[in-house]
Design a protein around this ligand. Structure first.
Ligand code: GLU
Length: 414
């Protein structure tokens, strides 16, 4: 038997295939002559399962799709404060290649427009780095995110460099305000090489799923980025990832995303999956026409909107039952703040006749730090209310749970 998901994705591509509006980007000669027809989609779950259809293995250059990943790398290496002093995180509402800076701080508005991305590129590998070393660090990160070695499209890179007047102007502006130190030419060379790294939709789904998975690459299991770096990067994608259409995108599609002029589009739902599409014709805002349609349809048909209310933790208490001398409180699912709140509510709303209360977490899949803290606090209160307490935790989901008075709850087997 086979999963219906690949079939769904194949059928989804057919619903947009006939759409021929939009134009391939024409300001870089090599992109202007690109085949406008490829159409591919890939989905990578945080579990590492990948579903893909159409031209999901056709290589294309990252272009602006590189921006969130290099931003994440800068955050990881330099820390949030250093990055924040170089680039803001407000949507600019302007074209991607606008020559603009924040009026008060003289910083680029955000890392998803070219001014911000050129500045962020300069943060990689230290200020003294050569272009070659900096670019190699970036290529190395992209490869770890993809789970395979990536290379450059050299001819596209040099074609873009021959027509880089706009980005050179931006780099000169950044240098005149002291945002970057390198020569404008070197800054643009480094940024353009970052844009010229080649991937496929299949690679990109895993790369962006890594952000959604809190920094662990779903296929290789390697921790590439820290969770707080991923959270910040996704937050900036959600407010500024879709050129000047970012507000409408979040309302209609609701998936933090980034598009690029070569026709790539990536998006992720935290804790769930990464998505990538490839279709080179772009709308007036510079976003892939058919890629946008695919994202809209996936969001609507598969309920993939970030703002969909997903009840978490309402059924965290599976049962409360008498077992011999004990009352056993059986918990299930993921224990976070909301789940712990509902557990506390169930426990403290009643009086138990048994002398011992057993918290059974055999059916719990994960406990976050808040969940652990609140469970520990509940156990202590139960003990202070006069009950004996114990935990049943054969998989050690609670690890070594220490209560705030320094004691532990005894463990019971079975
Ligand atoms: N390398 C392109 C540029 O800077 C990327 C633009 C984009 O994908 O938005 O013009």
């Amino acid at each position: 038997m086979t999963s219906p998901i690949p079939q769904y994705l194949t059928a989804l591509l057919e619903t947009v295939r006939e759409e021929e509006s939009g134009q391939v980007a024409d300001y870089i000669p090599e992109l202007a002559s690109a085949d406008p027809n490829p159409l591919g989609v890939a989905m990578c779950m945080v579990s590492g399962r990948v579903y893909a259809a159409g031209d999901c293995d056709v290589p294309f250059t990252l272009q602006s799709v590189s921006k969130p990943f290099v931003y994440a790398l800068a955050l990881q290496d330099r820390g949030i404060d250093a990055v924040m002093s170089t680039v803001g995180m407000e949507p600019s509402g302007e074209a991607f290649n606008e020559l603009s800076l924040d009026e008060e701080s003289n910083r680029p508005m955000n890392p998803m427009i070219n001014a911000g991305a050129i500045a962020v590129n300069q943060l990689i590998n230290g200020e003294e780095s050569s272009v070659e070393d900096r670019v190699e660090v970036i290529r190395g990160l992209m490869s770890r995110l993809a789970g395979r070695e990536l290379g450059f499209n050299e001819s596209l890179c040099y074609s873009e460099l021959d027509h880089a007047d706009r980005n050179l102007s931006i780099a000169h502006m950044l240098r005149s305000y002291g945002v970057i130190r390198d020569a404008a030419h070197d800054a643009v060379l480094s940024y353009t090489r970052q844009c010229a790294i080649e991937t496929t939709a299949r690679d990109l789904a895993a790369m962006v799923a890594t952000l959604g998975n809190g920094g662990v690459q779903p296929l290789t299991g390697e921790r590439v980025l820290d969770p707080d770096v991923c959270r910040l990067t996704m937050a900036v994608m959600s407010s500024a990832g879709m050129y000047d259409g970012a507000g409408r995108w979040m309302a209609r599609v609701g998936i933090p995303a980034k598009s690029g002029v070569s026709g790539g589009l990536i998006g992720t739902l935290p804790g769930q999956l990464g998505l990538a599409t490839f279709s080179p014709r772009l709308d007036a805002e510079g976003n892939s026409v058919r890629g946008t349609m695919i994202f809209e349809k996936l969001s609507e048909q598969m309920g993939l909107h970030l703002m969909n209310p997903v009840p978490v933790g309402v059924h965290a208490v599976r049962s409360i039952k008498e077992q011999g001398e004990d009352t056993v409180i059986v918990l299930q699912g993921m224990i976070n703040f909301s789940a712990a709140e509902s557990i506390l509510h169930e426990i403290f709303a009643r009086d138990f006749s048994a002398s011992r209360l057993v918290l059974d977490v055999t059916r719990v899949v994960r406990v976050d730090n808040t969940g652990r803290r609140l469970l520990a606090a509940s156990l202590l209160r139960m003990r202070r209310a006069g009950y004996d307490i114990a935990i049943r935790d054969p998989e050690r989901r609670l690890r070594d749970l220490v209560l705030s008075d320094g004691t532990r709850a005894p463990r019971v087997e079975g």
